[in-house]
Ligand binder design. Structure first.
Ligand SMILES: Nc1nc2c(ncn2[C@@H]2O[C@H](COP(=O)(O)OP(=O)(O)OP(=O)(O)O)[C@@H](O)[C@H]2O)c(=O)[nH]1
Ligand SMILES: [Mg+2]
Ligand SMILES: [Zn+2]
Length: 289
């Protein structure tokens, strides 16, 4: 039987199969291979005397470290239009991280109540120009959340973004309890900040939601400077149109991407971020921000 690990506690894994949740132990053979089952894994299990056993782990599509979840298909990248101000570079880092992990990203611009002219915000123009989906939210009032809910079906979804933007507020609305501490509460309960919580998958609208926000720290794991451009989807339509094969859209003459930049087809902030990241890779040794 095949199912999905939705929770792991003290050596037990809880595997969801259709409408059942089966408590399973992992077989010893995983340990010897250095493979540990994780939340999100699709697994083959057997059941004997009411005790489930994980027999095999299906190949992972991807793997996040914080939270430790595999097979994430979709990320809502949350930023607040104000309080805190959007850091465009950081937003691009989140988008790049999702591309590298093969996760579809949808940007959530939260706190629209604090920014009158939010539609013309620099960040919105940038995200639009790069071709990413985005939604506007007022999480506190629950405005726009239905647009997110529609997208859960068939996905394993994670929320990510910097501190204070409203991730816990949004998750609370979906999970329906005060499971996630919001900023207001954690002020009062400082010691709660260090309690380790294991992530769980929660079934919502025909999909799974990771119940803790993901990667506020970002790992950059690009194998070569040549592959960076593959993670900028707005470059794709100019594929093979540069003068030189293998053009890195950097200092090469006859670059179609730089032409598109001059013509305003490619967003300045996106290109600047691409070059900055490329230079960091060229300088070498940088595998973390
Ligand atoms: N004005 C306004 N405030 C909001 C909105 N959504 C959330 N907030 C407030 O923003 C603050 C931070 O929200 P959180 O949900 O704790 O943010 P977070 O992203 O979980 O932050 P970390 O846990 O530090 O990563 C809280 O005081 C929320 O009440 C919104 O749409 N408008
Ligand atoms: Mg939070
Ligand atoms: Zn080029």
């Amino acid at each position: 039987m095949e199912g999905t690990i939705i929770k792991g506690i003290g050596g037990f894994y809880y595997v969801k199969i259709n409408n059942d949740i089966i408590e399973c132990k992992a077989r010893g053979k995983f340990r010897s291979k250095g493979l540990v089952p994780m939340v999100g894994d699709n697994v083959i299990i057997s059941i004997k005397n009411d005790q489930g056993a994980i027999e095999d782990i299906c190949k992972r599509k991807n793997q996040l470290i914080r939270p430790a979840v595999s097979n994430v298909s979709q990320a809502f990248v949350v930023f607040a239009l104000k309080n805190p101000e959007i850091n465009l570079e950081l937003l691009n880092k989140f988008l790049l991280q999702c591309e590298m992990k093969n996760i579809k990203s949808i940007v959530c611009f939260n706190k629209i109540d604090l920014e009158e002219n939010f539609i013309n915000h620099e960040a919105v123009k940038m995200v639009e120009s790069a071709g990413y989906e985005y939604v506007f939210l007022n999480a506190k009032k629950g405005i726009g959340l239905d647009k997110i809910k529609d997208k859960f079906k068939g996905n394993v979804t994670v929320f990510c973004g910097p501190s204070g933007v409203g991730k816990s507020t949004i998750l609370n609305k979906f999970v329906g309890t005060e499971l996630m501490e919001t900023g207001d509460i954690s002020e009062k309960l400082k010691r709660g900040k260090h309690t380790t919580r294991h992530s769980e998958l929660i079934e919502i609208s025909g999909g799974f939601l990771v119940d803790t926000p993901g990667f506020s720290t970002i790992e950059l794991s690009i194998k070569s400077k040549e592959s960076l451009k593959e993670f900028f989807p707005e470059f794709f339509k100019y594929d093979s149109q540069c003068k030189f094969n293998g053009c890195m859209h950097y200092k090469e003459p006859g670059c179609r991407i730089k032409q598109a930049l001059d013509e305003g087809e490619i967003n300045n902030n996106r290109y600047d971020f691409y070059i900055k990241t490329l230079e960091e890779i060229i300088k070498g040794g940088k595998d973390k921000w």
